[in-house]
Design a binder for this molecule. Structure first.
Ligand code: ZN
Length: 302
């Protein structure tokens, strides 16, 4: 499953491929990808839109589009049963929200490239190329919202501050930890409390901070909270900037799979029984709730 640094790489790979391009047509081959929206409505809203930017909120990929005409909206926010129309605007901002979940990926294909297996959405662009969304496991989701409603969209509205945003400070982390009786490992995975860490980077951040994953969040001292805060930023920014991890190639259908390129970078994740890079003790692993926790018993004793 892609974690935040990998999603950031997808965003960066998408930008040069799609920004400035107009969407001429859309083909949805798996209706549950955009459910409950019907593909006819999806098509009508997107068709003719120009892609103005690609960004990210948590692990949601945001493809921003501008349309010249105002478009009808309403069903989602409409409680009266009557159709509601947004005020006419010269530029109607739309955001195509995509969550890759387990195996979703974007590909950029030429007009005559064969479609890969599991191609569930095809966006025909004005430069004769196609942006294709493939998803073997079919957990990925796409949703179209107006830009003004983005922050209120379910899934996005609940997210904690971006790790590299100015709101994610060590005092934010301290405040958040102080209110929780959960273990640090569990709390760090809760994207509504601390954003950006999945199972891999939570383990890596705790290891770098020298903090035991099973410690109760509220009992972590100020000093160690600061260390954990720094470790979270370091582990994420290293994963984003390390050149060995930037291998997202949108033009190779089988050219990458999430995780592979990142393995080299992991110090405890999936290293059970291997010697710790700091002290040589054997890395431990326990499973709870179906997820593995890795840590060094000597470097992270408490
Ligand atoms: Zn160690």
């Amino acid at each position: 499953m892609p974690e935040l640094p990998e999603v950031e790489h997808v965003v960066r790979a998408l930008r040069p491929v799609v920004v400035g391009r107009r969407v001429l047509a859309i083909e949805i081959k798996l209706s549950k990808l955009i459910a409950p929206t019907a593909s006819s409505l999806f098509n009508r809203k997107l068709k003719g839109g120009t892609i103005t930017g690609v960004s990210r909120r948590g692990k949601y990929i945001l493809i921003e589009l501008a349309r010249k005409r105002a478009l009808p909206y309403g069903r989602a926010s409409d409680t009266s049963g009557a159709r509601e129309y947004q005020k006419p605007a010269r530029q109607q901002g739309l955001v195509l929200i995509t969550h890759l979940r387990m195996t979703g990926k974007f590909l950029s294909l030429a007009a005559d490239d064969p479609l890969p297996k599991h191609a569930h959405a095809i966006f025909y662009l004005d430069n004769d190329r196609r942006l294709v969304f493939c998803d073997q496991r079919q957990f990925g989701v796409m949703k179209l919202v107006s830009r003004t409603r983005l922050a209120k969209t379910k899934g996005i509205s609940e997210l904690a501050p971006e790790p590299f945003g100015e709101d994610f400070t060590s005092s934010y982390l301290k405040e958040t930890l102080s209110r929780s009786r959960r273990t640090l490992k569990t709390l760090l995975l809760d994207q509504t409390k601390v954003l950006g860490l999945g199972n891999i980077y939570a383990a890596e951040a705790l290891f770098r901070a020298g903090v035991n994953p099973f410690k109760i969040a509220a009992t972590l001292s100020s000093k160690r909270t600061e260390r954990l805060h720094q470790a979270i930023l370091d582990v994420l920014s290293d994963a984003i900037t390390d050149s060995s991890t930037s291998r997202v190639n949108l033009e190779q259908p089988n050219g990458f799979s999430y995780g592979e390129a990142f393995e080299r970078f992991w110090q405890v994740y999936e290293r059970e029984g291997e010697p710790c890079v700091n002290c040589g003790a054997r890395i431990k692993r326990v499973t709870h709730g179906g997820r593995s926790t890795y840590w060094c018993p000597r470097c992270q004793p408490r």
